[in-house]
Design a protein around this ligand. Structure first.
Ligand code: KG4
Ligand code: ZN
Length: 342
């Protein structure tokens, strides 16, 4: 088979990104324009501002991705785009751009689930990786334990019952006055703190479910901060970060390892923005070594939103002939496993 070149487009949240990926795993370009500095002022992503910025940036970012890759639009084999889940206005910008290009150059359109993209980031990072494996997907909007039984085949084994892991990081960081996004800042502060200095709850469910709940630990941190300030006690931010992060990491690791043991699959992958967390990576590395498991995680830049992961996920749909048509729409609450195929 001749080489396959896919243009990936990602605009589901606050990153406008375009990428050209060859044969599903070789990234020729991956241009990411982040709006974090703009949203920082507001302490979180403002959907209307995100959509407007995507409109300004999407074409220049796609142009840059094509130029950097040295690939002419006519040499593209398909256009893969995130169509959900995410902010509807933001998603629509990428979907509209992808549909226009697909129509203009008469090449197939592929509709990609954002989380499938995050999972696929592992294929780019570790070209030898093949399913089946267990993937812990942890981002600002998701916390899922996913059994990836084959390319494009997913079963959710555990999910959050309230806040996503990244959301909990962002909310705790906001309460501590650290800024946005909170995950990287808590990660940094935690390095200088003592995780055993404060005990925050680790929630597991009695029914044997591998679901998560992070609102308890978040509330517990907020209560700790309130009662400390009422008592006039000085708050050690480093210790709060270290203790909170440990509580979240412990439960993420415990449930993911249980999922691996339950299925007899000894390969674990991480995906999503929270997968950039240093303690999460170190803890998984140690546990995997101890239990004779293989452990994979994407580089920092492939953990957070980017279009290379979307092009990579789209490649496996391309091989199966799973194409969308020009009626494709953004689906803000798209479920994993649902797909738009014509
Ligand atoms: O995957 P992502 O870029 O966007 C979503 O699809 O949500 O994830 C963003 C999330 C944010 O909540 C951010 O605080 C978190 O990932 N994050 C981290 C770290 N880096 C980013 N959380 C913990 N530790 C980090 N080092
Ligand atoms: Zn994401």
């Amino acid at each position: 088979m001749s080489d396959i070149y896919i243009l990936g487009i990602e605009t589901s949240c606050d990153e406008t990104s375009a990428s050209i990926v060859k044969n599903g795993r070789e990234v020729l370009s991956n241009v990411i324009s982040s709006q974090i500095d703009i949203h920082k002022e507001y302490g979180g992503v403002v959907p209307e501002i995100a959509s407007r910025k995507h409109v300004e940036l999407v074409i220049p970012v796609i142009d840059d991705a094509l130029k950097l890759s040295g690939i002419e639009p006519s040499s593209l084999d398909a256009i893969a785009v995130t169509y959900g889940p995410g902010l509807v206005g933001a998603l629509l910008v990428g979907v509209s751009a992808a549909k226009s290009i697909s129509y203009g150059i008469n090449k197939p359109l592929i509709a990609v689930h954002h989380i499938e993209g995050h999972i696929a980031a592992n294929y780019i990072q570790s070209p030898q990786l093949k399913p089946p494996f267990i993937c812990l997907v942890v981002s600002g909007g998701h916390s899922h334990i996913v059994l990836v039984s084959d390319y494009g085949e997913y079963e959710i084994m555990g999910r959050t019952r309230d806040d996503a892991a990244g959301e909990a990081f962002d909310k705790v960081a906001r309460a501590l006055g650290l800024g946005y996004p909170g995950g990287p800042l808590i990660d940094k502060y935690a390095l200088q703190g003592n995780p055993l200095s404060i005990s925050f709850p680790r929630v597991t469910f009695k029914d044997g479910s591998l679901d998560f709940s992070f609102s308890g630990v978040k509330t517990s941190v907020l209560n700790y901060l309130n009662s400390s300030s009422q008592k006039g006690e000085e708050i050690n931010i480093y210790n709060v970060c270290a203790a909170f992060q440990s509580a979240v990491v412990d439960i993420l690791v415990e449930n993911t390892v249980k999922a691996a043991q339950k299925t007899g699959i000894n390969k674990i992958c991480l995906a999503g923005g929270v997968a950039a967390n240093s303690q999460l990576r170190t803890t998984f590395s140690e546990i995997a070594k101890h239990n004779g498991m293989e452990f994979y995680y994407p580089s920092m830049s492939l953990c957070t939103d980017n279009a290379a992961m979307i092009a990579c996920a789209g490649y496996y749909d391309f091989l199966k002939g799973n194409f969308a048509d020009l009626t494709l729409n953004a689906v803000p609450n798209l479920k994993l496993g649902e797909r738009f195929i014509t």
